[in-house]
Design a protein. Structure first.
Length: 536
């Protein structure tokens, strides 16, 4: 039974990846190529990083190398699977069905933990393989070290998987008891993202500081990370007793986590499907059709953490960028002054304002709120279509939500840009108006793409948000436009100086305006007809 449950879960994940289309094999191949590419990029980065460490470290501290490999593997694996554990163990869509069958809850739990452990192995290999290759390429191949390193790569992910499962259980308990489950999930998700970005942008500085004082760090690890010290010494020296202690500890932690989660698995999984109902007076209110539709769209957006995180992350990044600009305003002014005095450019304040306006517009491409909004209606789309509501009013509400949510953060970033540049009146007009034009463009174009490429058949809302063609075809052209403007400015204006800066920037702005006009006209003429034809 355990093997069948694992097989069914793998088939479910595979079907979500291929989206059950006729070209599912092509999508699977494309997904595999993407994974190989990402694995190659991260593998190369880790190989270079650990190669530098292997060449720098003293022979007496060789154990520190393997301790750091194990610690980094544990940290990365746990970081990327903590929230996956919550959804995989306790929020799977088939939990209720399986629990109603004559299957022991612990068997279901073990099948879920096996899938999570497989993910842990995949992530861990991104660190372990290049780190091992870097070490043995620079120090020579030793059979005993290689054998222990391979065995350690098998047992070490048991610890990170166990901790991730326990954290997922805690998150499931917290969100199950919380009144606003979406808010709790958002807070934890944004906290994890903040930690990720801080570590990512300061990784090089951390590595340099680590290698400059690695001896003191290694001595301190014997107190706060003794398990990884045992792991490193067990492989480097090699010390079989210490190594066996680590493997036994990893196995014991995994077994303990399984039995601990098994006691509360049924309760937590059931609570995910139970919603408390309030009793009391029912108050009915009447409102305008446009207001009611807008309120409906707003509730749909704020009730889904995955919708907000994937389609509205640019809103948060815009606010963060605005605050950073206000703090670093003097440095930004110095950078703009250097650009203004660049030989042959002759940039005016108006040109700089237009450049900053186009850079501000880049954040608009991260907000694809309208791109999956129609697909998220799913099988309940017939309710909207059967109601006496004009299709244009429904589409207008979806577009209005996007504009209202994106306009304020974009305006805040534009004001921060203006504070740094301090342009004249015409520059202020460009800084405030151009990014808002891109807000409307992204909303209109996303709605257009969703009408052309809807995905109404789904079991999990992550599919239309993360795996739909409409979202991809909305974000990629917007990002490609920003990239082409940057490349074109560097090549045509700075390097070759074949076009004046003002002319190039006006051409780029005009192209965006034409793009918006074409998309708006198409949506006005064909949007209602396309919407009424969905699902028929």
């Amino acid at each position: 039974m355990l093997g069948k449950l694992i097989k069914l879960r793998l088939q479910s994940i595979l079907s979500r990846t291929t989206a059950r289309r006729k070209n599912g094999k092509g999508m699977l191949v494309l997904f595999a190529v993407l994974m190989v590419y990402c694995g190659g990029v991260f593998g190369f980065l880790f190989y270079e990083m650990f190669g530098f460490m292997a060449e720098t470290i003293d022979p007496d501290y060789h154990w520190f190398y393997f301790a750091m490999v194990g610690l980094l593997s544990f940290g990365i694996s746990f970081f990327f699977t903590a929230f996956t554990a919550k959804s995989e163990l306790f929020e799977a869509t088939d939990n209720e069905l399986l629990l109603s069958m004559p299957i022991r809850p612990r068997t279901i739990l073990l099948s879920r933990m096996a899938i999570l452990l497989g993910i842990e192995y995949l992530i861990s290999l991104l660190v372990m393989v290049p780190a091992g290759a870097a070490w043995f390429a620079r120090t020579g191949l030793r059979a005993a070290q290689l054998a222990l390193y391979i065995v350690g790569s098998v047992f070490l992910p048991l610890i990170s998987a166990s901790v991730a499962c326990l954290v997922g259980w805690l998150l499931a308990r917290l969100t199950a008891r919380a009144r606003n489950k979406t808010l709790v999930t958002m807070i934890f998700s944004l906290t994890f993202l903040a930690v990720y970005f801080v570590v990512y942008f300061n990784a090089q500085k951390y590595i340099a500081a680590l290698m400059a004082h690695y001896q003191s760090v290694a001595d301190g690890m014997t107190n706060w990370a003794f398990l990884f010290c045992w792991y490193g010494k067990g492989i480097a020296e090699p010390d079989l007793l210490l190594f066996l202690l680590v493997t036994a500890f990893a196995l014991a932690v995994f077994i303990a986590a399984f039995f601990l989660l098994g006691k509360g698995f049924l309760k937590v999984s059931s609570s995910e499907n139970v919603r408390k109902r309030r009793t009391g007076k029912l108050e009915l209110r009447s409102s305008k059709l446009s207001s009611a539709l807008l309120r409906r769209e707003f509730k749909r957006f704020t009730s889904s953490a995955i919708y907000m995180l994937n389609c509205g992350l640019g809103l948060i990044l815009a606010v963060i960028a605005a605050v950073a600009l206000l703090i670093k305003a003097d440095e930004v002014r110095d950078l703009l002054a250097l650009l203004e005095r660049y030989p042959g450019l002759a940039l005016s304040k108006l040109d700089l304002a237009l450049i900053l306006a186009l850079l501000t517009s880049f954040f608009c491409s991260m907000n694809s709120i309208t791109a999956p909004s129609i697909s998220l209606e799913g099988k309940t789309l017939w309710i909207l279509r059967s109601a006496p509501i004009p299709a244009r009013a429904i589409l207008a509400a979806k577009l209005k939500l996007h504009v209202l949510l994106c306009a304020a953060p974009t305006l805040l970033l534009s004001l921060a840009m203006g504070f740094a540049l301090r342009p004249e009146l015409a520059g202020w007009i460009l800084l405030l108006s151009v990014p808002q034009m891109f807000v409307v463009l992204n909303g209109v174009f996303g709605l257009m793409m969703n009408l052309c490429f809807p995905k109404l058949e789904w079991k999990n809302e992550a599919i239309p948000i993360k795996q739909s063609a409409s979202v991809l075809l909305t974000m990629l052209p917007m990002m490609a436009y920003s990239l082409l403007v940057i490349i074109g400015f560097v090549v045509l204006v700075i390097l070759n100086q074949s076009l004046p800066a003002t002319t190039f920037l006006l051409i780029a702005l005009g192209a965006a305006a034409v793009w918006l006009l074409i998309s708006a006209v198409w949506l006005w003429k064909n949007g209602a007809r396309k919407f009424n034809g969905l699902g028929s």
